[in-house]
Design a protein around this ligand. Structure first.
Ligand code: HEC
Length: 151
């Protein structure tokens, strides 16, 4: 009796999850999700940029950890730039939906540079790491230049 009750609860919970995955995500939530991922990218990239610029001491452990976070974070935001969010209040420019290929290219560029940063961070070659931090920064800035409202 007890056991089948628990099984029913699990089945209900799984049903709810499957429903959530299939349901269309509200545009408000998509905007919140992408801004959250971008905010975290900023959180974990900021200290690396400061190290590359010599503003704070180089710390290989922080570089390794943040590079791993960024390798994952940089794959997350793109599906939230859904056309349903076009008219929402945000800093995303219409160019994202007018030039989708160019936007995808800018997104892939960041993913590739972040993955490379993760790889070189494992080697411990400080100069190579700093150069690659610069390449990631360029990928962030390049996209913001074309696709984000000027700050
Ligand atoms: C392919 C394009 C693209 C790339 C690459 C990109 N961004 Fe963004 N970023 C955007 C857009 C578009 C917005 C505005 C999103 C919005 O307001 O909904 C944004 C917003 C932000 C914000 C503000 C978030 C907020 O709360 O409003 C931060 C911080 C940010 N990006 C950091 C970064 C960092 C750091 C990188 C590189 C590691 C990066 N971005 C790479 C397109 C990009």
């Amino acid at each position: 009796m007890k056991r089948s009750g628990a099984a029913a609860v699990v089945a209900l919970a799984l049903g709810a999850l499957a429903g959530a995955a299939l349901a269309q995500v509200k545009p408000e939530l998509l905007v919140k999700q992408r801004q959250s991922v971008m905010t975290l990218q900023g959180k974990y990239f900021g200290p690396l940029a400061a190290m590359a610029q010599g503003k704070v001491p180089y710390n290989a452990d922080i570089v390794k950890r943040n590079a791993a976070f960024l390798d994952n974070l940089t794959r997350m935001p793109w599906d939230t730039f859904d056309p349903s969010t076009k008219d929402m209040k945000s800093n995303a420019l219409p160019a994202i939906w007018e030039q989708p290929d160019k936007f995808k290219e800018a997104a892939s560029r960041l993913e590739n540079e972040a993955q490379k940063l993760y790889q070189v961070s494992q080697s411990g070659d400080e100069n190579a790491v700093k150069a690659q931090i610069g390449a990631v920064g360029k990928a962030c800035g390049g996209c913001h230049e074309s696709f984000r409202q000027k700050q």
